[in-house]
Each structure stands twice: as structure tokens, then as C-alpha cells.
Design a protein around this ligand. Structure first.
Ligand SMILES: [Mn+2]
Length: 383
């Protein structure tokens, strides 16, 4: 069986204040759909984070509707989807029991889980075990098991429930959205829990022939080659500039062995970091001035109105960094924090942030008013 494993589409994602729905649509319509057709794919897996947020913008919902329809109705390829930590499990599960008949299998809300989904190939059945992302507290309540206190036990228990009644020896594919210990992270993932451990051990997936993971945005294996993250649809942060995004082509053989290959996605606008002096960058020829770029200047001197100038060449420049910029001695801390009042600290912070405009008299008066109000409300102990 040929499976195309993708994850973390994050439809409706904003990148530095702009929706990238058009770029997402371009990858899905012009690359993923042809891939499914040309590679003879038997099933497509989307391992969570379909949307970027629980209430996605309408354009994002339309795009998912279009892609899911083209896959299942036009190409007649089953699509198996789980919800991730960015999705609303309830909203994603809308009409999921009806859609099963159309080969669109959505696992989100725990009360609607159905157990394994069995698809056939020439060698017999393959059982897909979808395990949607769920907070440990939600799983504890759902299963009525007080022992479930962390992501590890929550996922173990859900996996067990979802794999029930699986015949011995059948080839199996687990679909999960989790942070497997040892994985390398990017800046665009939202941590699964604040405090406590969100990690799970890769050994949970030992019983499965292949495990299609979502959550980490860099394509990578987790422990062994048969447990993989497909990575996100696009680069959603500059920390991903060096990553090659794509979909994992999984060939599941008769004996349950798998061969995997990453089929790359070519973005309409790449996400790049460009380093060098302002003059060099502006004079260099670049065939991809339309890319999303972060400009990291090596100049020590400040460039007046740098972003506006950079944008004349790179209209999609999103950030400008000047790590070497000299602040004429202001880099050095010339005061003793313990003997400085909050008001002085605030004034010096303003000066560091806006060297050209220290606090005006009106601003100082306003800040003093705020301090006094704070002390009145909270008591002297605050400061
Ligand atoms: Mn994600």
C-alpha cells in the first residue's frame, strides 16, 4: 500500500501579520494533488493541525473543503485526518460519521472515535489507528481513569482503546499528534503543555508497522525510521529556513516492512535568511526577491529607515536584524540595578530602545502617574 503522510497544514496561518492561504493553496492544489495522482497513492494521511486555530478563517475552511473533496471524490483516494493541538476537535469532527462513507475519515472528538479503519490492498487488510490529540485531563475524564495525568499515559490509553479488536498479525498504521522525546523543535510549534512534561516515548508506537506523526514542523524520524514526522506544509518561522518541507511517501509492503521517501514541496515564496552588509545585500542579484526574507545586517552603523529601503528590493521582507549595531557605549550597563529605582530603570530602558527620543516631560509625567496608581492599588510591596 502506498500512503502519502502529511501533517501540520495550519490552514489560516498568519505569518508576520499576513495570511499565507494562497501559498498553502498553491502547494496543496498544484503539488500535493498531482503527487497523489502521479504516484498512485492509496491513502492520504493528515496527522493533525489541519487549521492554525480552533476557529479558522472562512478561506481556510473553504480550502480544506476543496482539497478533501478533490482527493476523495475526484481522485477516489481515502483521506484520514486527526485533530492536532491547534484544531478544535469538536468542529473538525462535524459530520464525521457521514463523511466516512465518502472515504473521508476524521478523528477528533473522543466520543466519536470508531476504532481502527481498515483499508485493503492487493496483499490484504491494513488497519489505520487514528489517535487525535487530546489533553490528559480530557482523556482522564473520557476514559474515567484517574491514573491518566500526563501525555504519556493519555496517549498510551487512547492508543489501546483505538487499537481494540485488531486481529493479530495485521499490518497497522498509527496516526498521532504528539511530542516524542528527543525530537527537534522549531519556532512555530505551540508547546503541548505549560509546565509538566508533554513528551511521550517512541516505544508507544512499537506495535505499529508505521506511525504517521504530526506536531513537530521539521520532517524527521522519531526513534526509528518507521516512526516519522512529515513536518509542516510550509516554513512557518525563520528557524525553519533550512528545512526541506514535503510529504512522506510510505510504501507499506506485504510483510509489514516500510520504505519511506520525502517528496519535496516547492513553496511559491520561500522563507529565507539573508546575511551581509546593507550595501552588499542591496547590490546583489537575487532571482527570488519575492521570497519572505529576514535580513540580518552585519553593519555596525545604523541604517536609517532600513526596512523601507530593503522592501524596495524585497517586498516581502518581514524582519530586519542588526546584531552588530553599536550603541555608543549603551550596550554596557552603567548602573547598579539594586540601587536604581523602577522609574530610573524605565527611563534607561526607553533610552536603549529609542536612542533618538528619550522620555519627554509629558511621558515622564504619564509614567509617574502610572507608578503612583500601581502603588496605590497594589501597595508599596509591589515595588
Ligand atoms: Mn503544528
Amino acid at each position: 500500500m502506498r500512503i502519502l503522510h502529511t501533517a501540520d497544514w495550519h490552514l489560516g496561518k498568519m505569518f508576520y501579520g499576513e495570511y499565507v492561504t494562497e501559498d498553502q493553496s498553491c502547494i496543496l492544489s498544484e503539488q500535493l494533488l498531482p503527487m497523489v495522482r502521479d504516484e498512485g497513492i492509496d491513502a492520504v494521511v493528515l496527522a493533525g493541525d489541519v487549521y492554525d486555530r480552533s476557529l479558522p478563517p472562512s478561506e481556510a475552511v473553504e480550502l480544506f473543503d476543496e482539497i478533501a473533496t478533490k482527493l476523495t471524490c475526484d481522485l477516489k483516494v481515502p483521506l484520514l485526518v486527526i485533530s492536532g493541538n491547534h484544531d478544535s476537535a469538536v468542529r473538525l469532527s462535524f459530520a464525521s460519521r457521514l463523511l466516512r462513507q465518502q472515504q473521508l475519515f476524521i478523528a477528533g472528538e473522543l466520543t466519536k472515535l470508531t476504532g481502527p479503519i481498515v483499508l485493503e490492498d492487493a496483499f490484504g487488510p491494513v488497519a489505520f489507528v487514528p489517535v487525535p490529540f487530546a489533553e490528559p485531563a480530557v482523556v482522564r475524564h473520557f476514559l474515567g481513569n484517574e491514573e491518566i495525568k500526563d501525555h504519556q499515559t493519555a496517549l498510551e490509553c487512547l492508543c489501546r482503546v483505538q487499537s481494540q479488536n485488531l486481529p493479530e498479525g495485521m499490518r497497522t498504521v498509527c496516526i498521532a499528534h504528539a511530542f516524542v522525546t528527543g525530537g527537534s523543535i522549531s519556532d512555530s510549534e505551540r508547546p503541548l503543555s505549560v509546565g509538566g512534561s508533554s513528551c511521550v516515548d517512541a516505544s508507544i508506537f512499537k506495535p505499529f508497522s508505521y506511525t504517521a506523526l504530526g506536531h513537530l514542523h521539521g520532517p524527521q524520524q522519531a526513534g526509528r525510521p518507521e516512526v516519522r514526522y512529515a513536518g509542516s506544509l510550509m516554513k512557518y518561522s525563520f528557524s525553519e529556513a533550512q528545512q526541506q518541507k514535503g510529504a512522506v511517501l510510505v510504501d507499506l509492503q506485504e510483510d509489514g516492512q516500510v520504505a519511506v521517501n520525502l517528496l519535496p514541496f516547492i513553496p511559491k515564496h520561500d522563507v529565507r535568511i539573508i546575511e551581509g552588509s546593507f550595501d552588499t545585500i542591496m547590490k546583489a542579484t537575487d532571482d527570488h526577491e519575492d521570497d519572505f526574507v529576514l535580513i540580518r545586517l552585519s553593519d555596525a552603523e545604523p541604517i536609517l529607515d532600513g526596512m523601507a529601503k530593503v522592501r524596495r528590493k524585497y517586498p516581502r521582507a518581514l524582519a530586519l536584524e542588526t546584531p552588530n549595531r553599536q550603541y555608543e557605549g549603551r550596550n554596557e550597563r552603567d548602573f547598579d540595578v539594586r540601587n536604581t529605582t523602577e522609574r530610573q530603570l524605565f527611563a534607561s530602558f526607553t533610552e536603549a530602545m529609542r536612542p533618538e527620543h528619550p522620555l519627554s516631560e509629558a511621558e515622564t509625567a504619564c509614567a509617574n502617574g502610572l507608578w503612583e496608581q500601581l502603588i496605590k492599588d497594589e501597595g508599596e510591596g509591589l515595588l
